[in-house]
Design a protein around this ligand. Sequence first.
Ligand code: UD1
Length: 430
Amino acid sequence: MDQIRVRGGQALKGTIRISGAKNAALPLMTVGLLTDQPVVLRNVPALADIESMTNLLRQHGVRITAIEGEAGTWTLDGSDIVSTLAPYDLVRKMRASVLVLGPLLTRFGEATVSMPGGCAIGNRPVDLHLKGLEALGAQIEIESGYVHARAPKGGLTGGRVTFPMISVGATENLLTAAALASGETELVNAAREPEIVDLANLLISMGAEIEGAGSDTIRIQGKPTLGAADHRVLPDRIETGTYAMAVGAAGGEVLLEGAEAGLLDAAFDVLRRAGMTVTQEATGIRVSRPCDRLVGVDAMTEPYPGFPTDLQAQLMAMLTVADGASMITETIFENRFMHVPELARMGANITVHHSSALVRGVAGLTGAPVMATDLRASVSLVLAALAAKGETTVNRVYHLDRGYAGLVEKLTACGADIARLQGQRAAAEE
Ligand code: UD1
C-alpha cells in the first residue's frame, strides 16, 4: 500500500491549478442516465471517486468515452441502458453512488440501489432522499440491503418536498428526479451549495425549467425528455480551500489558478481573520501568509454558504500551530474528528468535547507516522506535515486519491518536499 512522505518546513511558493470539483462532477455524471442524447462534461477531475462513478454508470449501460487530446473531457451516452440495478459492490465504494437513484427511477420507472451504509464520518442515512421521492409518487421498499423504488404508471409526478434538514445529496436526487416528472416540483429547505447550482445549470441546458437553484426554494417544471448538453464542471472549492490552508500551515504565497473566491467566502473570511491575505486576481486567487504565525480563530461548520464541513480538518491542522486558541465546532457530521488523535501524535494540543474541538496553538509540530482515516482527514495530515519539523509518513493514502488530483505534483511544484512511496505496507496493517 502506498504512503506519502513529507519532510516539513518549506514555505510554499508558486502556482497550483485547481481541478474541476469532485462533488459537482459526481452528480453531473449521473445526468448521463437521464437522456438518450450525448452529454459532454469538461474539466472532470482525474480521481478514484470519478472512476467509481464511471464503473457504476457503465454497468447500467452508459457509454462513457474520453475525448482525445482534451484531458478531463468525457462524453456520456445513455441511449442504451441495460440495467436499473446499482449493486452493493460498486455502491459501497462511494456513498455518492446513491445519486443514480433519482435519474434511474424517473426515466425508467424503477430502480434498485444498494443502501450505501455508514461511513467513517458518521451514520449518513438516505431517509431524506427516499421520503422526497415518495412525495413524487414513488413506492419504496427496503429489502436485503437494497432500496427498491418504483414509479406509478405514467411516471413520477411533481410535488412539494419540504426537507426537515438540509441535505446536498437529497436535493440532487430530487432535482434530477423532478426534471423528468410531470408537472411542477417545489423543493423547500433545499441545499444551496454551488454544486447544486452547477447541476441545475446542466439540466437547464438540456431543456429543463428550473428556478431558484442556489436559494432554499427550487422550482422545477418537469419535461417529457431532456436533450444533449455540453457542460464545464465548476472549480473545486474544497481543493481551493485545502491549498489555501496549506499555505496557512506552511507559510509562503501561492496563486490558486482557476479558483473562484465567490465559492468560499466563509472559509476565506476565517483565513483572513487568522491573518492570511486572500486576493482575487484575473487568473485565480492569490493566498499568502504575511506573518510568521497566524492567530487562533473560531469556526463552525454549516451548510452553504457557511463554513464547509469538508474543510474542517484542514482548518484544524492549520490552526494547531497558530498563536492562541481556536474553537472548531462540527455541526454536520457526528464523527468527524478522527484526525485529532493523529494530529496529537505530531504534537498538536487539541481537546474534543462533544461536537467542539479546542485547539491550543503550539510553537511547532514534529513529523511522525500517521494514519489517514477519511478523505479530508488524510489531507489535513499532509498539511500538518508541511508545517512540521522532520519527516511524516501518511499511511492509507487511497483516501487522498479519492479527492485530490495530482496532490504530490502540485505541492512539489511549490517547493514542498513530498513524495509518494509506492507499495509500502502501512506498519499498523502488517
Ligand atoms: C455531500 C458531499 C460531502 C459533504 C456533505 C456536506 C458529495 C458527493 N458529498 O455529502 O463531501 O461533506 O455534502 O456538505 O457531494 N442526512 C440524513 N438523511 C439523509 C441525508 C443526509 O440524516 O437522507 C444527514 C447526514 O447524515 C449529514 C447531513 O444530513 O449529517 C448532511 O448530509 P448531506 O448534505 O446529505 O451530505 P452528502 O450529500 O452525503
